[in-house]
Design a protein. Sequence first.
Length: 125
Amino acid sequence: MTDYQLRHVASGEPVINNIKIANTCISRLLGLLPKSYLGREDGLWILPCTSIHTVGMRFSIDVIFLDKNFKIIKLRKNLKPFRFCFSFRNTHSVLELSSGVIESCNLNCGDFLHITSSSVMPGVK
Protein backbone atom coordinates (compact mmCIF):
# COMPACT_ATOMS: atom_id res chain seq x y z
CA MET A 1 0.00 0.00 0.00
CA THR A 2 1.29 3.44 -0.94
CA ASP A 3 1.78 6.05 1.75
CA TYR A 4 0.86 9.66 1.15
CA GLN A 5 1.93 12.91 2.78
CA LEU A 6 -0.44 15.71 3.75
CA ARG A 7 0.77 19.32 3.42
CA HIS A 8 -0.83 22.67 4.23
CA VAL A 9 -0.77 24.61 0.94
CA ALA A 10 -0.36 28.13 2.38
CA SER A 11 2.55 27.29 4.67
CA GLY A 12 3.99 24.38 2.71
CA GLU A 13 4.48 22.61 6.02
CA PRO A 14 3.76 18.90 6.35
CA VAL A 15 0.73 18.04 8.47
CA ILE A 16 1.29 14.29 8.61
CA ASN A 17 3.61 11.95 6.74
CA ASN A 18 1.83 8.59 6.70
CA ILE A 19 -1.64 8.61 5.14
CA LYS A 20 -3.24 5.36 4.09
CA ILE A 21 -6.09 5.37 1.57
CA ALA A 22 -9.48 3.77 2.04
CA ASN A 23 -11.03 3.76 -1.43
CA THR A 24 -12.65 0.34 -1.65
CA CYS A 25 -15.94 -0.74 -0.13
CA ILE A 26 -14.21 -2.91 2.49
CA SER A 27 -11.46 -0.43 3.38
CA ARG A 28 -14.01 2.39 3.75
CA LEU A 29 -16.26 0.18 5.86
CA LEU A 30 -13.45 -0.86 8.22
CA GLY A 31 -11.67 2.49 8.33
CA LEU A 32 -9.68 2.75 11.56
CA LEU A 33 -11.75 0.13 13.41
CA PRO A 34 -8.98 -2.50 13.43
CA LYS A 35 -6.52 -0.03 15.01
CA SER A 36 -5.96 0.19 18.77
CA TYR A 37 -4.33 3.63 18.42
CA LEU A 38 -3.38 6.19 15.79
CA GLY A 39 0.11 7.67 15.82
CA ARG A 40 0.68 11.43 15.44
CA GLU A 41 2.07 10.96 11.90
CA ASP A 42 -0.64 8.49 10.81
CA GLY A 43 -3.97 9.11 9.13
CA LEU A 44 -6.63 7.66 6.89
CA TRP A 45 -7.94 9.31 3.72
CA ILE A 46 -11.43 8.00 2.91
CA LEU A 47 -12.74 8.60 -0.59
CA PRO A 48 -15.35 9.06 -1.66
CA CYS A 49 -16.88 9.88 1.71
CA THR A 50 -19.41 12.33 3.12
CA SER A 51 -19.86 11.13 6.72
CA ILE A 52 -18.05 9.00 9.27
CA HIS A 53 -18.63 7.29 12.59
CA THR A 54 -16.44 6.17 15.45
CA VAL A 55 -18.67 3.33 16.63
CA GLY A 56 -16.40 0.56 17.90
CA MET A 57 -13.27 2.70 17.93
CA ARG A 58 -11.04 2.86 20.99
CA PHE A 59 -9.66 6.39 20.63
CA SER A 60 -10.68 9.92 19.64
CA ILE A 61 -9.76 11.40 16.25
CA ASP A 62 -9.65 14.72 14.42
CA VAL A 63 -11.74 14.78 11.24
CA ILE A 64 -11.28 16.96 8.15
CA PHE A 65 -13.92 17.11 5.41
CA LEU A 66 -12.54 18.12 1.99
CA ASP A 67 -14.11 19.15 -1.29
CA LYS A 68 -12.76 17.96 -4.66
CA ASN A 69 -10.16 20.75 -4.65
CA PHE A 70 -8.85 19.72 -1.21
CA LYS A 71 -10.36 22.77 0.43
CA ILE A 72 -11.26 22.19 4.08
CA ILE A 73 -15.02 22.60 4.39
CA LYS A 74 -15.52 21.20 7.89
CA LEU A 75 -13.32 20.37 10.88
CA ARG A 76 -14.20 18.23 13.85
CA LYS A 77 -11.67 18.15 16.68
CA ASN A 78 -11.38 15.27 19.13
CA LEU A 79 -14.33 13.19 17.92
CA LYS A 80 -14.82 10.62 20.66
CA PRO A 81 -15.65 6.93 20.14
CA PHE A 82 -19.26 5.95 19.43
CA ARG A 83 -20.14 9.22 17.66
CA PHE A 84 -21.39 10.15 14.19
CA CYS A 85 -20.19 13.08 12.11
CA PHE A 86 -21.94 14.32 8.99
CA SER A 87 -20.63 16.81 6.48
CA PHE A 88 -21.85 19.71 4.46
CA ARG A 89 -22.69 19.65 0.80
CA ASN A 90 -19.82 19.27 -1.66
CA THR A 91 -17.79 16.95 0.55
CA HIS A 92 -15.67 14.63 -1.55
CA SER A 93 -13.38 12.94 0.96
CA VAL A 94 -12.53 12.77 4.64
CA LEU A 95 -9.25 12.66 6.54
CA GLU A 96 -9.17 10.91 9.90
CA LEU A 97 -6.17 12.04 11.93
CA SER A 98 -4.78 11.65 15.40
CA SER A 99 -6.60 13.80 17.93
CA GLY A 100 -4.82 17.15 18.33
CA VAL A 101 -3.45 17.46 14.77
CA ILE A 102 -5.98 20.11 13.67
CA GLU A 103 -5.04 22.38 16.54
CA SER A 104 -1.29 21.74 16.49
CA CYS A 105 -1.12 22.48 12.74
CA ASN A 106 -3.47 25.48 13.00
CA LEU A 107 -5.83 24.17 10.30
CA ASN A 108 -8.97 26.16 9.52
CA CYS A 109 -12.02 25.92 7.27
CA GLY A 110 -11.14 27.43 3.90
CA ASP A 111 -7.52 26.26 4.01
CA PHE A 112 -6.28 24.08 1.18
CA LEU A 113 -4.38 20.85 1.69
CA HIS A 114 -2.18 18.93 -0.72
CA ILE A 115 -1.76 15.17 -0.68
CA THR A 116 1.36 13.89 -2.40
CA SER A 117 2.88 10.57 -3.32
CA SER A 118 5.31 9.11 -5.78
CA SER A 119 2.45 7.40 -7.61
CA VAL A 120 -0.89 8.52 -9.02
CA MET A 121 -3.55 9.04 -6.35
CA PRO A 122 -6.35 6.48 -6.78
CA GLY A 123 -9.89 7.81 -6.94
CA VAL A 124 -8.83 11.40 -7.63
CA LYS A 125 -9.41 13.09 -10.96
